[in-house]
Design a protein around this ligand. Structure first.
Ligand SMILES: Nc1nc2c(ncn2[C@@H]2O[C@H](COP(=O)(O)OP(=O)(O)OP(=O)(O)O)[C@@H](O)[C@H]2O)c(=O)[nH]1
Ligand SMILES: [Mg+2]
Length: 402
């Protein structure tokens, strides 16, 4: 072989190697692309399935009158105690109270049942107060509220003999006082949109607590009560958030203002929604916000930006920043409330997922330690599973003795 021949074949080999390497690279890229497309498709499928699941879960079902049982009797008695007349009671109300009582069953089991067992029919003693203290803390009522209740009970015990039943009655009164304080301080017992003004309710909170679901239920309540309602899909972070809201909007015939483009600015969505709201004389604009951003500061900055836009465009709008809290998160939820309250200028709280948690007591901690009026409570995933908060009903359900 001459030198030139050897140079040529080396050259040839080098070219062949480069070609093969390139081909291998291309194949790799092709495979990666296919994998990405597959994942994208799977994600879309999953999101679609989630939406179908939500839609299937939810056809507005009118509640039916159940048996004349303990649930009915308890619910009817709670209504009667609030001054309702027989002809004013609806199946909806009975149904809700039944759900509420059932929802708080786990919380109740945790302490009322035990408390009653411990108390028996005997009068309260300093020892039974210690037991009560432990039980209240365990039910996530929080240290401050527990101290308050125990101190008043101790004071009462020093003055008179308190029987078991009277003790529970006193306990109910004290717990109700704690929950009612921020509500009274707010100046309004019930949060309703003010007529003749644009009311904007921002639903805020960390991810997964139930903001979007709660907004859907609020849209239903509001439109059913003849408030002209509009939804702004300002959670532009989560891809499926808009679709999820549209499903809820459809159920209650409420329009959803959104911007489908990727990374749309939430404040811009709110800007568009306010324009629509003004044009249509909307009473209540419900704003869904993101629960998960890259950092917590982003989340707070974004809320501030949204509020600024509203202030600028409708200075006389009535803004409510409602913190959505998942009751099942107990003390963790309380921590969230405290951190949001510091930076987000909250005006109220909505407690969700009261069904099936043993930590309903956290509602008291939110009232006492964060000083937030509880405005609504949710006890289920259905459209009717949200009601304006009623402290009497809540405390009765939490301490019901069966
Ligand atoms: N059992 C029960 N589930 C609820 C309740 N409220 C919401 N959920 C469920 O909680 C899950 C999360 O609800 P979302 O409304 O998507 O929560 P979110 O706060 O909007 O979540 P992000 O948008 O991801 O921050 C869903 O599966 C809801 O169906 C409730 O009162 N009870
Ligand atoms: Mg959401």
């Amino acid at each position: 072989m001459t030198n030139t021949d050897s140079d040529n074949s080396r050259e040839w080999a080098a070219q062949a190697y480069a070609l093969l390497k390139k081909r291998q690279e291309q194949q790799k890229q092709e495979l990666e692309k296919q994998e990405q497309q597959k994942q994208e498709l799977e994600k879309q499928e999953q999101q679609k399935q989630e939406l179908i699941d939500i839609s299937n879960k939810e056809n507005i079902v009118e509640p039916e009158l159940g048996e004349f049982d303990d649930n009915f009797t308890w619910s009817a008695m709670v209504l009667a105690a609030q001054g309702k007349k027989i002809n004013q009671i609806s199946i909806d109300e009975i149904d809700w109270l039944t759900k509420l009582r059932r929802g708080l069953e786990e919380t109740r089991k945790g302490f009322v049942t035990e408390l009653l067992d411990k108390l028996g029919d005997d009068p309260l003693t300093p020892e039974s107060l210690d037991d009560l203290e432990t039980l209240l803390i365990r039910a996530d009522v929080g240290i401050d509220s527990t101290d308050k209740v125990i101190n008043s009970l101790r004071k009462k015990l020093n003055e008179e003999v308190v029987g078991g039943e009277a003790g529970i009655k006193f306990l109910k009164k004290e717990l109700k006082l704690i929950i009612d304080k921020p509500i009274k301080n707010s100046g309004s017992d019930l949060l309703v949109p003010q007529k003749g003004k644009l009311n904007v309710w921002l639903l805020v909170g960390v991810n997964g607590v139930g903001k979007t679901t709660t907004l859907g239920k609020l849209a239903y309540l509001s439109s059913k009560s003849n408030y002209k309602t509009l939804i702004a899909a300002a959670d532009t972070f989560r891809a499926a958030a808009v679709e999820q809201l549209k499903v809820w909007g459809d159920r209650s015939n409420v329009e959803v203002i959104s911007n489908q483009s990727k990374n749309a600015d939430p404040a811009a969505v709110v800007f568009d929604a306010i324009n629509s709201a003004k044009k249509r004389n909307v009473d209540l604009l419900l704003v869904d916000t993101a629960g998960r951003l890259q950092t917590k500061n982003n989340l707070m900055d974004e809320l501030a930006k949204i509020k600024k836009i509203i202030d600028k465009k409708v200075p006389d709008a009535i803004i409510e920043s409602l913190l959505v809290l998942d009751a099942s998160q107990g003390q963790n939820g309380l921590k969230q409330a405290k951190s949001f309250a510091k930076s987000a200028d909250l005006s109220g709280a909505i407690i969700t997922k009261l069904d099936g948690t043993s930590r309903g007591g956290v509602s008291l901690a939110v009232s006492e330690e964060v000083n937030l009026p509880i405005r609504f409570i949710g006890a289920g995933e259905g459209i009717k599973d949200l009601r304006p908060f009623n402290s009497y009903e809540f405390v009765e359900a939490m301490l019901a003795d069966k």
